[in-house]
Design a binder for this molecule. Structure first.
Ligand code: HEC
Ligand code: HEC
Ligand code: HEC
Length: 370
């Protein structure tokens, strides 16, 4: 007897298969136990699919030329210690046996860094991996931060544990809680402060060149507004949102007050005289043809004294200031209640004008008079 394949029979066959599949899933006979592991072929297939997807996703990504600057490594390591090491382990910190029991288990990135190009690592860290527990970056649009993490991942397998500890926890690793205690902080604020001091230092001066913005001497109101914006997800940063979100609001306010009390610390910075002259002109006069007001009308000595929501820019790292202006230009930076003002201004500044203004403010030791 021969069966003729008709459309009707084909549809019927498919419906029976679908129903069978549903019945099997409903019966509970398919095991979701992580402890049983995958069949080797399933494990291979899933990883193959992931590799292909990452490779194609990475095609349009161009890696920055230099991924070895100490600032990038420090930023990457600081976040890795709390955001990634609990799953992947770190130099001198073996992987936790508990996470080894998940399926798929996170690979130990020190011993098995994987054969990825920087662009592929960028995509894995930026978007995470579906069905695997590998999370996406908290602020995927912050490519600058994802590159800092990629820079660190490239360097990590050869990194001695002491160097990792210094990069991730700061030069006085372990001493921050005491430093915070000495500064008169109590309980919760002291614990939160130890986390902040890893990157910003107990005195808010930062470390590793321009890795972290200077907080010392900044106005308390501005610091508190920035921290609330990070904690509530209104200012996007995969590195700063987590520490702000895991610290109690009351502790954040105390820590903001602590950093505001620290003596201001202008960092000596040099720049090309032509660039500085252009920057000074923009700061003092603005760019009337483009509708850009003078920066000093809000960031000069008189305005800073009048309105504590205006941040001091003098003595801040030029690269940090320039990057914040770029984030506003691209519509990616939030902040306190007046941050829309800066969005409008930054949109009207060309990248080289932003660079010039940032460079000039960075070289000022005192709040400039208008
Ligand atoms: C909750 C646990 C978890 C956390 C937290 C986590 N990962 Fe992963 N990660 C995984 C898992 C699981 C995989 C395996 C994904 C796969 O192969 O499908 C993975 C894969 C990776 C890979 C690809 C490795 C390879 O060779 O396949 C990189 C790179 C990576 N993670 C980096 C990071 C970074 C950087 C962070 C912190 C920002 C991080 N991970 C945080 C679980 C985690
Ligand atoms: C892993 C390193 C790291 C930790 C931990 C950390 N920060 Fe930050 N912080 C950064 C980086 C990087 C930036 C710059 C963010 C950006 O580019 O958007 C920043 C920015 C800030 C800003 C904004 C400065 C400005 O001028 O707008 C404040 C305020 C701040 N941090 C306070 C804190 C406090 C308080 C804590 C502890 C609760 C903390 N940070 C913990 C790395 C860190
Ligand atoms: C009308 C007032 C005003 C003017 C004019 C102004 N700013 Fe601002 N600026 C602000 C405010 C308010 C903030 C804080 C935004 C927030 O809440 O995060 C700020 C923040 C900044 C920051 C971020 C600082 C940090 O620590 O993250 C930079 C950089 C900056 N301004 C640069 C400039 C430059 C350059 C100019 C001139 C071209 C300028 N601003 C003109 C009001 C102003």
């Amino acid at each position: 007897m021969t069966l003729r394949l008709t459309l009707r029979r084909l549809a019927l066959g498919l419906a029976v298969l679908l129903l069978g599949g549903l019945l099997f899933a409903w019966s509970g006979l398919f095991s979701v136990r992580a402890s049983s592991g995958h069949w080797p072929v399933t494990g291979w297939f899933l990883h193959w699919v992931m590799q292909n997807s990452v490779r194609t996703d990475a095609l349009p990504v161009a890696a920055p030329e230099d991924l070895s600057s100490p600032a990038l490594l420090a930023r990457g390591a600081g976040h890795y210690a709390t955001g990634c090491a609990p799953c992947h382990g770190a130099p001198g910190q073996p992987q936790d046996p508990v996470v080894r029991q998940s399926l798929p288990a996170p690979p130990p990135l020190v011993d098995e860094p994987g054969d990825w190009t920087p662009a592929e690592r960028f995509r894995i860290v930026q978007h995470g991996v579906r069905y695997s527990g590998m999370p996406a970056w908290v602020a995927p649009e912050r490519a600058d931060e994802v590159w800092a993490m990629v820079a660190f991942l490239q360097a990590m397998p050869d990194m001695p544990p002491e160097e990792y500890r210094r990069l991730a926890y700061g030069p006085q690793a372990g001493g921050e809680a005491q430093a915070a205690g000495a500064a008169g902080l109590r309980g919760l604020a002291r614990d939160g402060m130890a986390d902040c001091a890893r990157c910003h230092g107990p005195d808010g001066r930062g470390r590793d060149n321009e890795a972290f913005p200077v907080l010392s001497g900044q106005s308390e109101t501005y610091l508190a507004q920035a921290l609330t914006a990070f904690a509530q997800g209104r200012r996007h940063s995969g590195i700063m949102q987590p520490p702000a979100a895991r610290t109690e609001a009351a502790a954040l306010r105390e820590i903001a007050a602590h950093y505001a009390r620290q003596p201001a610390f202008p960092v000596p910075q040099a720049a090309d005289p032509g660039l500085l002259a252009e920057g000074e002109r923009i700061a003092r006069e603005g760019i009337p043809a483009e509708g850009v007001p003078a920066c000093l009308s809000c960031h000069g000595a008189a305005a800073l004294a009048r309105n504590p929501a205006y941040p001091r820019l003098h003595g801040q790292h030029a690269s940090y200031l320039e990057n914040q202006l770029a984030l506003w230009r691209e519509g990616q930076r939030g902040g306190g209640p007046f941050n829309e003002l800066m969005h409008t201004i930054a949109e009207r500044l060309a990248p080289d004008q932003a660079k010039a203004a940032a460079a000039w403010f960075a070289t000022r030791r005192e709040a400039p008079e208008q």
